[in-house]
Write a protein that binds this ligand. Structure first.
Ligand SMILES: [Zn+2]
Length: 174
């Protein structure tokens, strides 16, 4: 699956969830509550029932839940849920930005035969197939100079074809 598709699916899951901010609050007994930060706790109660000192009746009076209704999810699990709603979209955006930045650095430069910029422009307008497509970022420095001067030829060593290894690695990333 393409990274873009995975990220779109991940973003849809995030967008469907309550925006938050989510938080985990601990009490002095080591019990914790997972909920939305700006609404009165407990919005959602999550155990751990195995550790709580409260009995069912007492808990029911206090919170309207029974202790036995709490899950045994750990505090670490609750922290993960609380962080996921904000961190996952942020990481998704960061990943797309990093991919974009690398691809903008490693672009295709099409080479057409000719000794002047007008030859290249005319070839492009005719829809000619370029004689080479290079990644100048990965090619030796003198290659970019030769391309600028319309002096590039295929026998010159130091050229790297586009897509270069960097672009292929990013595009093929699972
Ligand atoms: Zn490259």
């Amino acid at each position: 699956m393409r990274i873009e598709q995975q990220i779109a699916e991940s973003q849809a899951i995030c967008a469907a969830a309550t925006p938050g901010p989510w938080a985990v609050e601990y009490d002095s007994c080591g019990d914790y509550e997972l909920g939305i930060d700006d609404t009165p706790f407990p919005m959602h109660l999550i155990g751990p029932k195995s550790q709580t000192k409260w009995d069912d009746a007492e808990w029911q009076r206090e919170y309207g839940h029974r202790v036995s209704e709490l899950s045994d999810m750990s505090g670490a699990d609750a922290e993960l849920i609380a962080h996921a709603r904000t961190e996952l979209p942020a990481r998704n955006a960061q990943l797309l930005a990093v991919k974009q930045a690398v691809l903008e650095l490693h672009t295709a430069t099409s080479i057409y035969p000719g000794e002047h910029v007008t030859d290249a422009m005319a070839a492009q307008e005719r829809g000619d197939t370029p004689i080479a497509r290079l990644c100048l970022e990965c090619s030796d420095e003198h290659i970019a100079e030769m391309v600028d001067e319309f002096e590039w030829n295929s026998s010159e060593s130091g050229s790297v074809d586009y897509p270069c290894a960097t672009v292929r690695a990013i595009e093929d990333a699972p």
